[in-house]
Design a protein around this ligand. Structure first.
Ligand code: ISE
Length: 336
């Protein structure tokens, strides 16, 4: 690597294509040189569009000598396997969330990365790069509001892709809050639970919707997360941190305000991929610089693991009907 990171992308669906557009247009430190997808035609189309090389499998792309770093935007269950393959080749890898489907797969990734002796993995928890969340964290850490006591959060979706299941509400949707809450509070979870709620008739499939996730942290803070995966009025992300001397709220995205017809109104986004669009840009600009500097600083394997341990405990609590302990291994020094 001289002054450009040559990136190979596995997964040419909507988010993959959006990241390729982003890397190509907004991240001058990267070149997208290779693509793969489990639907070959999808990758071939993108390869033609961007002048990248098409690979028939993710494994071949990872092994390719012209690929310095890999971006994984394939289906969730394939993430862990591809990350492990990248580590076998000692390559940088940016993996969209979730890092894996279970905490035990995250532990395997951690062991492989520790054997490499340096951080190579970054997880796509893009909310940490959102200006609103970043300002909240700065304010809380500054101490003016006193200690944080609790978080009230909501994650509301208009719809889901076909094949959605109850557990995806945790591993694919609430996983963002599982990450951002521990990041805002600077603490780890002690217990996790999912509570039953009156079900919404707006749900198209068979899965449970809404769900309410409750967590406690080691220092006794409480977090409640309303998760609506379908049928909500818009894509609406809310977060309020209640501190000893005041509260701090996540701002809504900037929108034009209309005063007309005796109403004060503004539009709310409906498409989740638009809500954190600027955060994605910043996330990849910083990642590319960090790869060139050979020193990753963004969300790590440890962060991917912490979110998955909490997700596992939430899903277990659905079966047991009680809060479950969030048991994490000791944090390796690499992630200090
Ligand atoms: C998507 O993958 C996300 O990351 C969004 O935050 C979530 O709201 C959406 O339901 C997921 O499909």
């Amino acid at each position: 690597m001289e002054n450009k990171v040559r990136v190979g992308v596995i997964g040419c669906g909507a988010i993959g294509r959006d990241h390729i557009r982003r890397l190509t247009g907004l991240v001058p430190e990267t070149d997208v040189v290779a693509v793969a997808d489990f639907i070959p035609e999808a990758a071939q189309k993108v390869a033609g569009q961007y002048g990248a090389k098409f690979y028939a499998t993710g494994e071949e792309l990872i092994a390719a000598p012209e690929v310095d770093a890999v971006l994984i935007t394939s289906a969730d269950p394939s993430h862990a396997g591809y990350v492990l393959e990248c580590l076998k080749h000692n390559k940088y890898v940016f993996c969209e969330k979730p890092l894996a489907q279970t905490a035990s797969d995250c532990e395997k990734i951690m062991q492989a990365e520790l054997a490499c002796g340096k951080r190579l993995v970054q997880v796509g928890f893009m909310r940490r790069y959102d200006r609103g969340y970043a300002a909240m964290k700065e304010l809380i850490a500054g101490g003016r509001l006193g200690d944080p006591l609790m978080i009230h959060a909501a994650h509301r979706n208009v719809s889901q892709a076909p094949g959605f299941e109850t557990d995806y509400a945790i591993t694919r949707v609430a996983i963002h809050e599982l990450d951002i809450s521990r990041w805002l509070l600077g603490d780890e979870y002690a217990t996790a639970q999912v509570l039953a709620v009156r079900q919404s008739k707006a749900t198209k499939g068979e899965w449970l919707n809404p769900q309410v996730v409750m967590l406690t942290t080691k220092s006794g803070q409480r977090i409640d997360i309303e998760v609506q995966t379908d049928g909500a009025y818009a894509y609406d992300i809310q977060c309020q941190v209640v501190c000893e001397n005041g509260t701090v709220n996540l701002p809504d995205p900037a929108a034009v305000v209309t005063r007309a017809d005796a109403k004060y109104s503004f539009d709310i986004l409906t498409d989740w991929s638009q809500r954190f669009i600027e955060a994605y840009d910043i996330e990849f600009q910083q990642w590319a610089k960090a790869v060139l500097a050979d020193h990753l600083t963004g969300p790590s394997t440890w962060d991917g693991y912490a979110a998955c341990v909490a997700a596992d405990a939430v899903m277990l609590s659905r079966k047991t009907g009680k809060p479950e302990n969030v048991n994490m291994i000791d944090k390796p020094a690499l992630y200090a």
